[in-house]
Every structure is written in structure tokens, then in C-alpha cells.
Design a protein around this ligand. Structure first.
Ligand code: DAT
Ligand code: MG
Length: 139
């Protein structure tokens, strides 16, 4: 089924010059870019985006990290793109993320925190719709 997902290249990915690499992988897989915009998050936007994580121990460091620089916000479209991009991103912890995945190939944890995992991808159709509405209202 054709669907849309929200992808973010997080501040670490943008700062490391990996925006193009993430977009390259998404396009090379065969997904279509619907929207791409370099943005600055705000605490309010992140409280919406990460609503499920408000109050967790890693929430404050996560928000601080997400505010530390621009993020590349992307809407991508394709057959089962939500699930497909999650597999391309790899598991949350870059050390256990499979080689071949974005986090597995490009992120590490021996000198950086787990939250520096380069990308976000919506985890369900409900999340995708909600998150696209937050980052790209009216799309
Ligand atoms: P994902 O980004 O793989 O969907 P998530 O939604 O559970 O993971 O968490 C959002 C982000 O918060 C994640 O990319 C990195 C950070 N995070 C999650 N769990 C963490 C933990 N146990 N310690 C530190 N950071 C964590
Ligand atoms: Mg998540």
C-alpha cells in the first residue's frame, strides 16, 4: 500500500554532512521525496513530536539535542515506506543497528550518546499522519 512517512535527519546527521547520504539512500531504494526542508525545531514542536516520550529520563537530553542545530525534515512516499524506512534506519541503539542500515553504518556509541542516531522515522501509519501534520501542516 502506498503510504507516507516522516523522516528527520537529526542535528548530528546534518552537522556531519550526512543529509545527502540519507536522501540518497531513500531515493536509491525507490521511495519518492514529497517534501524536504531544512528546519529549526522548537521546544513546543518537539513536545508534540515526541509526546510519547515526555517525562522519560532521556526526554530532556533528547530535546536539547534536537534543538542543537537544524534538522532536515522529509516526507517520503512509497509502498510500505513506514516499515521500509525503519528497517533502513536500523535499531535505536547504533551499536546494535545492523550493518547496512543508516545507524549501523554511520552512527556509533563508544564516544557519542545513543541519542546521536542520525535519523528519525515514523513507526506506524498513525504516527506518520500525526508527525507529518506537525512538521508539514497542510501538506
Ligand atoms: P526511535 O528513534 O528508534 O523510534 P524511540 O522513539 O524509542 O526510538 O526514541 C526516540 C529517540 O530517543 C531515539 O531515537 C533516541 C532517544 N532514546 C530512546 N531511548 C533511549 C534510551 N534508552 N537512552 C537514550 N536515548 C534514547
Ligand atoms: Mg520513535
Amino acid at each position: 500500500m502506498t503510504e507516507r512517512t516522516l523522516i528527520l535527519v537529526k542535528p548530528d546527521g546534518v552537522a556531519r554532512g550526512l543529509s545527502g547520504e540519507v536522501l540518497r539512500r531513500v531515493e536509491a531504494k525507490g521511495y519518492t521525496l514529497v517534501a524536504v526542508e531544512l528546519r529549526r525545531a522548537t521546544p513546543e514542536l518537539l513536545a508534540d513530536h515526541y509526546a510519547e516520550h515526555v517525562g522519560k529520563p532521556f526526554y530532556d537530553p533528547l530535546v536539547e539535542f534536537m534543538l542543537s542545530g537544524p534538522v532536515l525534515a522529509v516526507v517520503a512516499e512509497g509502498e510500505r515506506v513506514i516499515e521500509g524506512f525503519r528497517v533502513m534506519a536500523g535499531t535505536t541503539d547504533p551499536t546494535t543497528a545492523a550493518p547496512g542500515s543508516i545507524r549501523g553504518d554511520l552512527a556509533r556509541t563508544w564516544d557519542l550518546p545513543v541519542i546521536h542516531n542520525i535519523v528519525h522515522g515514523s513507526d506506524s501509519p498513525e504516527s506518520a499522519e500525526r508527525e507529518i501534520g506537525i512538521w508539514f501542516p497542510g501538506i
